[in-house]
Design a binder for this molecule. Sequence first.
Ligand code: SF4
Length: 335
Amino acid sequence: MSMPGLANMSDPSPLLVVEDLKVHFPIKAGTLVQRQVASVKAVDGVSFLLNRGETLGLVGESGCGKSTTGLAVLRMLDITAGRVVFDGEDITRHDRAAMRPIRKRMQMVYQDPYGSLNPRMKVVDLIAEPMIVHDLLPNRAARADRARELLALVGLRPDMADRYIHEFSGGQRQRIGVARALSMEPDLLICDEPVSALDVSIQAQIVNLFQDLQQSLGLTYIFVAHDLAVVRHISDRIAVMYLGRIAEIADRETLYRRPLHPYTQALLAAVPIPDPEIEATRPQIAVAGEVPSALNPPPGCRFHTRCPLAVARCRTEEPALRDVGAGQMVSCHLV
Ligand code: SF4
C-alpha cells in the first residue's frame, strides 16, 4: 500500500489506516433542476494510521475538518475519495448492512452527551439501548446488570442507573456517554471534543478516566480537540489540521518540544507549558484572522493568508507533507 509514511509505521497491523481521505459536500443551485455548482472541501487529502492501544490527537480550529474526519472514519458520512481500512478491512464503500458488525467496534463519544441522549429514558436504558440495537445481550435483566457494571467502570455508583440524565452534572453526563459507548465493547473510540464543554477542573478528571479505561480495556482513541492543551496528556501522537489537511503530525514530545509548522507554533503559543526550558525557547508566533472558507481554499499553501512567514512561493505551490525525521511530518516550504 502506498501512503505517506506517517509516524510509527512499524506496527505490521495497525487498527486503522486512513489514506488520502477526501470528504467534499456538494453545493447545489437551480430552481427547477438542481446542479452542483461547487463543493465544500471539508477534508481534502488526509492520511494517518493508528496502532492498537494508541491515542491520536486531532487538533485544529473550528472548520479544519477534524470532526468530519472522525465521522468519515465511522462511515457516518460518505467518503468522496481515498480509503479507510479498519482492522485490515477496507470499509470505504461499505453500505449500512456491511458496516453493522464494524460499527459495534468503533464508537463515538460526543462533546455534549446531554444533547445526544434521550432525556426521557433512565440511565440504565440509555446504556442498554445500543446493546438492544446490536443484539448484544437478549435478556433485559442481563442488560441492566451490564449497565450497572459499566457505571461502576466509569466511576459512577451502580444505583444511579435508575435516575434521569438531567439529574447529573456535566462531568457525570460525560461518564454516562462513555459508559454507553463502552456497552458495545469497542476497539476504537472517536472522542469528539469530549471535555471542551466541561469546567477545567472536571476536564482533567475525564481525561484521566479515558486514560484509565485505555489501560484496563486496551482501547484505541482518536481524540478530537480545538486546542493543544487538552490533548497533551492523553495523546501518543498529534496531527494538527488546517483547512481539511494535515499541517504537521508528530509524536507528542516532538510536537511540543520542536513544533516546525508555523500553524502548530501559533497554536502552541496560546498554551502555557509548565516546563520553563521549553517555555523560554519555543517560537512565539501569532496568527490573526479567521480560517478561510473550505468552499474556496486559498491556492498554494492553504495557510499562506495567515502565515507570518509566507514567501511568494507559498501563494502558488502547495507544500507536500514531508518526513523530516523521527516520524515528524510537516507541510511547509520553509522546513
Ligand atoms: Fe507559511 Fe509558506 Fe510554510 Fe505555508 S508553506 S506554512 S505559508 S511558510
